[in-house]
Write a protein that binds this ligand. Structure first.
Ligand SMILES: NC(=O)C1=CN([C@@H]2O[C@H](COP(=O)(O)OP(=O)(O)OC[C@H]3O[C@@H](n4cnc5c(N)ncnc54)[C@H](O)[C@@H]3O)[C@@H](O)[C@H]2O)C=CC1
Ligand SMILES: O=C(O)[C@@H]1CCC=N1
Length: 283
């Protein structure tokens, strides 16, 4: 679970890629007290570099090799489609510096990362992490998988880094990382879709847009807080809202008749499958 100490590493951490996920993680680390000068970011887009510098005071670089050189941990936060190119650019220094490599990329396997980094023998310590964007506020959740080369100290370091984003969960079987991605990595988007749909429906029933927005925001926060803070499972909490013959029952029956559960099942299966495909397509 999350603790409040700032994560510490023997040297700087280099984020390779300074986009949405990196920003969320950097925001969490800085909020937890990690010194901004211990964080470097490689990001080719000048506007994003400027924003990272302005918002967090971190040191930015245009090229991956510049940020990675001398860093103790490389946090690979580029799209799966460019991961191979980025790793191959880093390969010459990976062999001499043996950093802890943490990748947040969907689908890309630890063995692929090792191979692209020039480590055919699988000796480089690679951790796969699947966080989510609520990391920005320290309320994310991260699934972690350690390759065989990761020792207990490196495992601990990876946990502490990602703890800044919220709770972490270690996954023993790497093939399950695609399901983690589908449930929690992508999961915030499903909740935002539900929020959009509820707001639109509220407006369709006559509510002013701002009122609908405020009601939906607090309802999702309240329901999520109950899920986290009470021992009762989701179905019990749902039943307590659902008076026989009442309004909720009318809505739930409409969801069930429309195949809601099957739709969620198919959506998460599609996301899981996409993670597997990203691995194969970018090899
Ligand atoms: N956005 C999300 O909710 C989550 C994303 N992820 C993973 O995080 C990774 C990044 O995703 P996002 O942040 O959403 O994408 P993004 O597109 O916002 O960020 C990627 C950044 O990498 C930069 N980049 C491209 N080539 C580069 C290079 N050669 N060197 C350094 N930087 C380079 C891009 O300019 C871009 O700013 C992906 O692999 C994704 O699977 C994982 C969990 C959640
Ligand atoms: O959509 C994606 O591929 C990434 C991985 C999880 C969330 N965003």
């Amino acid at each position: 679970m999350t603790d409040t100490a700032a994560p510490s590493l023997p040297g700087p951490i280099a984020f390779i890629g300074g986009g949405n996920m990196a920003r969320s993680l950097i925001g969490g680390l800085v909020a937890r007290g990690m010194a901004a000068d211990a964080i470097r970011v490689a990001e080719p887009v000048a506007e994003l570099r400027d924003a990272l510098d302005r918002d967090f005071g971190v040191r930015t670089f245009a090229r991956a090799e510049e940020a990675a050189d001398g860093a103790t941990c490389w946090m690979l936060a580029v799209k799966p489609q460019v991961m191979r190119t980025v790793c191959e650019a880093l390969a010459p220094i990976a062999g001499t510096q043996t950093p802890l490599v943490v990748s947040v990329a969907a689908g890309i396997t630890a063995a692929q990362l090792q191979r692209w980094l020039g480590d055919d023998a699988g000796r480089l310590a690679v951790v796969r992490a699947m966080p989510n964007t609520p990391a920005l506020l320290g309320v994310g959740v991260t699934g972690l998988f350690a390759s065989g080369a990761v020792d207990s100290g490196q495992r601990d370091a990876a946990s502490r880094l990602l703890d800044a984003a919220g709770p972490t969960v270690w996954i023993d079987d790497e093939t399950r990382m695609d399901a983690v991605t589908a449930v929690s990595g992508s999961g915030p988007a499903y909740v935002f879709l539900l929020a959009e749909a509820m707001q639109q429906a509220g407006v369709a029933q006559g509510l002013p847009p701002e009122t609908a927005r405020a009601l939906v925001q607090q309802t999702l926060l309240g329901a999520a807080t109950m899920l986290v803070q009470l021992d009762d499972p989701a179905d019990v909490l749902r039943t307590r809202v659902t008076s026989p013959g009442g309004t909720t029952q009318a809505a739930i029956e409409t969801f069930e008749a429309g195949g809601f559960r099957d739709l969620v099942d198919r959506a998460i299966a599609a996301a899981t499958q996409r993670g597997r495909a990203l691995s194969a397509a970018n090899d």
